[in-house]
Ligand binder design. Structure first.
Ligand SMILES: Cc1cc2nc3c(=O)[nH]c(=O)nc-3n(C[C@H](O)[C@H](O)[C@H](O)COP(=O)(O)O)c2cc1C
Length: 358
């Protein structure tokens, strides 16, 4: 029995997560084309709450219609989306889990075929087919992130996570390569991260102290620099505006570029966490890996692939510290039994050659 994984954790906002397992945000392409929740996506997510994830996070959810990256992406940019979210939240919370939605804008990675407009981002870039936002549009984007959080609160969500990772809009602003603005949103790190901080501050002001607020950051790729992400992480902590940081590392055990420690250990030691909880994601796929992450001083684990394969991964690991995730490829029938709908199964088939048996 892994008792330390089954202990609750209370965030600075006062909300308590019943154990140490968060469901990673996972794009599943299972919503209706207008961004409203479908029964398939409802089943996929609520089954993870039934499987005892203490915090169930939605996929990247659009805060503006023109930020959509995938067909079947969930939306939260309009009140028409509210009923689906309300239904989802009620069921997740009925299992005793916290319900959180990930707020996202794709920026230059938005899909023109879906949005009907040229992708927007920090600055004009013909090679990347990106139109730079005007100052008024940046302010509108900030306000729409905040409005989406207010809508999430209205739907009953315990909180939101701001998607500041993986090369989407907020990372495009942070990147000194991609962001060529010359106003207060470009140039210095302070300016490039201004949009993120204004969003976080605006959400805290609009949603109040008792609302759970997290930020996802990734320290590498897409123009991100480890030292800059470390600085932003520490500033978020020092601001006392956020409850948790979700560091997306893709492989928590990989060596850092700075010393011979793992990236995870480097970040744990580099950050003075104060009241902010820290989670990491990336290849945490069996009982031993979960325990290593906890032993490294992380507050709770974030599980992606293993949660696709086992809706009840927390139960499995809490009951068996040596639990091993099933070998892939797995059959379509296996995934259907785990609550995946056809769009997600097809997405996984496209993404990985050896995940779904042909
Ligand atoms: C199918 C799939 C969809 C994903 N969708 C998102 C997403 O919507 N938002 C996000 O921040 N990360 C997304 N990720 C990244 C995961 O949240 C996670 O960080 C990553 O898969 C590493 O964790 P893992 O090794 O446990 O899968 C996705 C990953 C996969 C495999």
């Amino acid at each position: 029995m892994n008792n330390n994984l089954n202990t609750p954790i209370t965030f600075a906002c006062g909300k308590t997560m019943k154990n140490r397992f968060m469901l990673s945000p996972l794009t599943n392409k299972q919503s209706h084309e207008d961004g409203s929740l479908s029964d398939i996506e409802f089943n996929w997510l609520t089954k993870r709450a039934e499987g005892q994830f203490g915090l169930v996070m939605t996929c990247a959810t659009s805060v503006q219609a023109n930020g959509k990256c995938w067909s079947g992406q969930l939306g939260i940019y309009d009140d028409k989306h509210l009923p689906g979210h309300q239904r989802l939240v009620q069921k997740i919370q009925a299992y005793g889990s916290l319900a959180v939605t990930q707020l996202h804008h794709g920026g230059m990675r938005s899909d023109e075929a879906l949005t009907g407009e040229k992708p927007v981002g920090p600055s004009d870039n013909e090679a990347k087919n990106m139109r730079g936002l005007s100052l008024a549009e940046v302010e509108k984007l900030r306000d729409d992130f905040i409005a989406a959080a207010v809508r999430a609160q209205k739907a009953g969500y315990d909180g939101v996570e701001v998607h500041g990772a993986h090369g989407y809009m907020l990372t495009q602003f942070i990147s000194k390569k991609i962001n060529q603005r010359t106003d207060q949103y470009g140039g210095s790190l302070e300016n490039r991260s201004r949009l993120l901080f204004e969003i976080v501050q605006g959400i805290r002001e609009a949603c109040g102290k008792a609302f759970l607020l997290g930020v996802r950051l990734s320290p590498e790729r897409f123009g991100m620099e480890l030292q800059e992400i470390k600085t932003i992480s520490q500033q978020l902590i020092d601001s006392e505006l956020v409850d948790f940081l979700d560091l997306s590392l893709w492989d928590v055990f990989k060596p850092s570029e700075v010393n011979d420690q793992s990236l995870m250990t480097y970040l744990v030691e580099a950050l003075d966490r104060k009241a902010v909880k820290l989670t990491v994601a990336g290849k945490v796929r069996n009982g031993k890996a979960v325990q290593s992450v906890m032993d490294a001083g992380i507050d709770f684990v974030t599980i992606g692939t293993a949660a696709i394969l086992h809706h009840d991964f927390p139960v499995k690991v809490i009951n068996d510290p040596d639990f091993q995730t099933i070998q892939t490829p797995v059959t379509v029938e296996y995934l259907q039994n785990e609550g995946l709908g056809q769009p997600l199964i097809e997405y996984l088939q496209d993404r990985w050659t050896d995940f779904v048996a042909s």
